[in-house]
Design a protein around this ligand. Sequence first.
Ligand code: NAD
Length: 315
Amino acid sequence: MIKPRVVITGVAGFIGSNLADFLINRGYQVVGLDNLAYGMESQIPVAVEFHKIDITDIKIVNYIQPRDVIFHLAAKNCINDCQQDPVDTAFNNVYGSVCLFEAAVKKQAKKVIYAESSALYEGSTLLPTPEAEVKPESFYSVSKYSEMMFAKAYAKHYGLCTTALRYFCVYGPRQDYRRTIPPVMSAFIIKLLRKEKPIIYGTGNRRRDFIHVDDVNEFHLQCIDNEKTNGEVYNLGSGENYSVKEIYQAIAKKLNSQTQPEYKPALPGEAEITLADITKAKSLGWQPNTSLEQGLQGLINYYQETGIPWKISMS
Ligand SMILES: NC(=O)c1ccc[n+]([C@@H]2O[C@H](COP(=O)([O-])OP(=O)(O)OC[C@H]3O[C@@H](n4cnc5c(N)ncnc54)[C@H](O)[C@@H]3O)[C@@H](O)[C@H]2O)c1
């Protein structure tokens, strides 16, 4: 089968840069778009044809060709930052996504695979949570909900082919550790390697479904190749969850650290528990293969090998 050209928005970010690597290693031609607001150019694999552009710029249409498969990952996605600035959140995540859908229709792209979020379930108490249970509350999740509704409208009225991916807590190398509130695993590893006190917001009892980026990438391949994914939405989690405290203890044990974390007030706009019902994704033959043990060790190795903890300033 001839491989389609793949366009990735948000290619300089965590999931986008890992996806670009993964696809290039499998022989795909990859075009990457990013405004570098959060991502880093140094993370983009050299084989990617990179263009620095904002998805809200209508010139984005010039970078899409007929039959392209587009992964739309660019977004403002630190929940805390989104709570502080709903206008910018809507501009990037809603208006920006509509510009991208419009460009995809104009250029007759084959399909758009776009990022939703488990944050869409934050008002629900049903666990594990199936795809039908959508209850957004924070500005970030409302922006993802709006993106979803626009995608549905583009599908209905203009025939746009889409697949929506509801990522739970994706982790792995290149997580954005520079954001105001960095992802827990990276934050804990960096601080402990620096012999500093990591911060736990709230009691540490909030539970999260973590999924390794390599497992997510295996599902991305299905979205390119498997027509059954057209028009569908999938939860991408591991189907298991761990408390923030448990993650802290697992990392501290691996690093042989006795350092006690510092506790700060819980962050607003975050769910107490996330746990994905992954029955639907598994029905395609996919399943997560990276254990928490392997994933954490890989992340620790990444930070030790790159020396990032000693090169950056972090709050
Ligand atoms: N990482 C997770 O655990 C997770 C969970 C749920 C949903 N998601 C979603 O997955 C997608 C990718 O997440 P990530 O963790 O890789 O985030 P990230 O912040 O690492 O990457 C996002 C990238 O998008 C770029 N970007 C932001 N606004 C842009 C704009 N207006 N124009 C062009 N580029 C822009 C940033 O510079 C960055 O490189 C996002 O849509 C996010 O909401 C991620």
